[in-house]
Design a protein around this ligand. Structure first.
Ligand SMILES: [Zn+2]
Length: 193
């Protein structure tokens, strides 16, 4: 068994042993909100936003971007599970700032193996085969953090499946301090009507 697999199963055993009354939680989030945020390993939404089991929906992807699939989850979150407030939280030092579609497509075309990064940018081992399928994916990279929060709040706000009465707040999490900093322009756009 891999070391990680072993560790995860051991941790879960300890967690389940101390599960308490959490087995009776209702499915709809008790605090009726959802957070869309990045998958970055340094971000722990349960900790940075004070969540316990049953409190809120957390939707995560690379960048915390308002992709079609993120919006699918948000719409389910509201329509079927009655959340009433949404957060979009991107963060400092996001990996999505370090590449473009063009770079990702080039890396994947040359090799599927893990690339490396240094001061001059991303490099490949070159160990093929790669694939040009990456050309058909919008990688939703980020060039300006505050702008990406504004863009994503705007996209969600204007989406035909999203009701106007749900406020959407835009924030940047600071990986150096653990602080959530508001992107005022995003929150303004995300205001409920
Ligand atoms: Zn990130």
């Amino acid at each position: 068994m891999s070391k990680v697999l072993e560790e995860v199963l051991a941790a879960n055993k300890a967690y389940a042993a101390d599960f308490g009354g959490k087995g009776d939680l209702p499915m709809p989030p008790g605090r009726r909100f959802a957070i869309l945020t990045c998958m970055d390993a340094r971000l722990d939404p349960a900790k940075y936003a004070g969540l316990a089991e049953g409190d809120a929906h957390v939707i995560r992807n690379a960048g915390g971007r308002a992709s079609d699939d993120a919006i699918r989850s948000l719409v389910i979150s509201y329509k079927l599970l009655a959340t009433r407030e949404w957060f979009v939280v991107h963060h400092t030092d996001c990996g999505m700032l370090t590449f473009t579609d063009e770079i990702m497509r080039r890396l994947l075309a040359s090799s599927l193996k893990t690339a490396s990064v240094d001061a001059s940018g991303w490099h490949d081992s070159g160990q093929g085969p790669g694939s040009t399928e990456g050309n058909y994916v919008d990688w939703l990279t980020i060039s300006d953090l505050a702008q990406s929060v504004v863009d994503d709040v705007q996209r969600i706000r204007n989406h035909p499946l999203v009701p106007k009465d749900i406020p959407i707040y835009g924030y940047i999490y600071d990986c150096k301090t653990g602080t959530l900093n508001e992107v005022a322009e995003a929150t303004r756009i995300g205001k409920a009507a």
